[in-house]
Design a protein around this ligand. Sequence first.
Ligand code: CUA
Length: 329
Amino acid sequence: MANRTTTRCVIAVIAELPGACLADPSQNALKPGGPAAAQISSLWWYLFWVAASVFAITMGILVVGVLRKPRSDSDGHSGSGHTFVAISGIAIPAVILFVTLLVSLRATVALRVPPSNLTVQVQGHQWWWGVHYPRENITTANEIYIPAGQPVRLELTSADVAHSFWVPSLNGKMDLIPGHPNVFWIAADKPGTYRGQCAEYCGTQHAKMAFLVIALPPEDFRAWVARMKAPRPQTSNAVLAQGQQVFFKAACKDCHAVEGTKANGRKGPDLTHVGSRLTLGAGTLQNTPGALEGWVSDSQSAKPGNQMPRSYLPPDDLHALRAWLESLN
Ligand code: CUA
């Protein structure tokens, strides 16, 4: 089994499939986690084995041709060379291409957007992902929670330039284009975390435009929805109250929204539940207290060129602001 995995990894590296052999198995087009990715993966393996077989047989015939003793004129000529060219050069390739066409069409039909009970709107930004659940009225960023075992309909748009939505373990790619919503879907067979990545060059920090799809058992997903919609508890603690004041004084509110407060900026990611996010800066850093404080203080050193300026806050204010952001979960 280990050998088979290694072989597949080597093949995947040759095929330049990013993420195919990472330690984290959640971003791998050849390790499908849902029905759409399974279709794409089977098509990939079909094409791989057909191409590999054709290549091996062609090279074999070439070697035989090179090594064989040339015919002398006295051998006579039966005309079998023409038959060989007609069969192996025209008939067999035509059959292979026709079967490939059928296999591709079958995959295309299977990848059509299925009916779904859940719609998620995803908006690409330089360089993060806005996530909105219209029916549930939940807004978040850089993380998409879905129930496992059912298809989720996606509406993809962009606020600025073209981006591309790609969760290799769950489906292929789909562009996010300003002013032109694209409908797409993902589905995960089992609960788990799947990494996604912008797959269309969109500026300096294209590489740091990642996101996570977190598939939960359906009852946990319902609990997540309820938690997202629960009213925010009042801030009682003095440090947290100071942190909230700093958030407003330092103009964070102009770009970020926090549900239940007066902060309603939309230029940057919604921070209503930032404390519960797994990463910061669209997959740039793990969301730890230290990283959060560093990010707020100077996100430019972790992700140069992003839209958030340095904060230049006194240490006391910075700690309080970090504590308040952490409490938003
Ligand atoms: Cu967004 Cu590349």
